[in-house]
Design a protein around this ligand. Structure first.
Ligand code: SF4
Length: 94
């Protein structure tokens, strides 16, 4: 994701380090762990399989990881879930 192409998130240089070393570094693991944190509402949300608590970038880390688009996700999914299921079934049986 280009939002994280910043020095503070840089893991190293692929030309001088192996990929396995880069992705298993403390910095990479800390990033992944912080990314999967979710708001308590997400733990019981019926849209969790679709939304997966949203993008890390849109979570408010000072408000228990509440995703700023949560209400929009719920609005969109509740209005369109039957269409999404229909599309999934068409794709699944191709
Ligand atoms: S819709 Fe909201 S509560 Fe549900 S999983 Fe997504 S962010 Fe979490």
């Amino acid at each position: 994701c280009d939002f994280y192409v910043l020095d503070e998130f840089k893991l190293g240089n692929i030309m001088s380090s192996s990929l396995i070393n880069l992705i298993s570094s403390d910095k990479a693991v800390d990033f992944i762990k912080s990314s999967i944190k979710e708001h308590d509402d997400c733990k019981v949300c019926s849209f969790k399989n679709l939304c997966r608590s949203g993008c890390r970038r849109h979570k408010d880390f000072s408000d228990n990881y509440k995703n700023r688009f949560c209400e929009s996700f719920k609005f969109f999914y509740s209005k369109n879930i039957s269409k999404l299921i229909e599309i999934a079934n068409i794709v699944k049986f191709r």
